[in-house]
Design a protein around this ligand. Structure first.
Ligand code: NI
Length: 141
């Protein structure tokens, strides 16, 4: 292996427990290797989103904890700022704490990624996934 840096991070115990369960199921030999893969996946997803150009239609899917302070208000405020892009929003109550918001969008990819990145930085938002198609039905690169 090439140059390695050693880092120390703080992580909620519950999240680490879940991560360890997942990596045990997947069969990782070490937690470090699983974290490296997770970081690579994070970077690839971000780069994929940033490289998207042109017209797209689909959804921006957001999971958040609605008990988190002002998260719902922030998520709604951001959507109002992107009202020209958003066709409709579905709200699903996943469990006692978590909500899934499926935001249907159609428009410039630049605006879609701006929306996704803004939502991702809201405190209390746990996951944002963009699923969009290019016109004509071909699979976006
Ligand atoms: Ni809900």
């Amino acid at each position: 292996m090439g140059d390695m840096e050693r880092i120390s991070i703080s992580i909620p115990a519950k999240l680490l427990k879940e991560f360890d369960e997942v990596i045990a199921e997947k069969g990782y030999a070490s937690r470090s290797e699983a974290i490296r893969d997770a970081i690579r996946d994070y970077i690839i997803r971000y780069k994929w989103l940033q490289s998207m150009e042109g017209e797209r239609a689909g959804s921006v899917n957001v999971i958040y904890n609605h008990h988190s302070h002002e998260v719902m208000q922030r998520v709604i405020d951001i959507q109002h700022d992107f009202r020209d892009l958003i066709i409709a929003t579905l709200h699903i109550h996943l469990d006692k704490e978590h909500c899934l918001e499926v935001i249907l969008v159609k428009g410039d990819a630049k605006k879609i990624k701006e929306l996704a990145n803004k939502l991702a930085t809201v405190k209390g938002v746990k996951l944002v996934r963009v699923s969009v198609m290019a016109p004509g039905g071909h699979i976006p690169e």
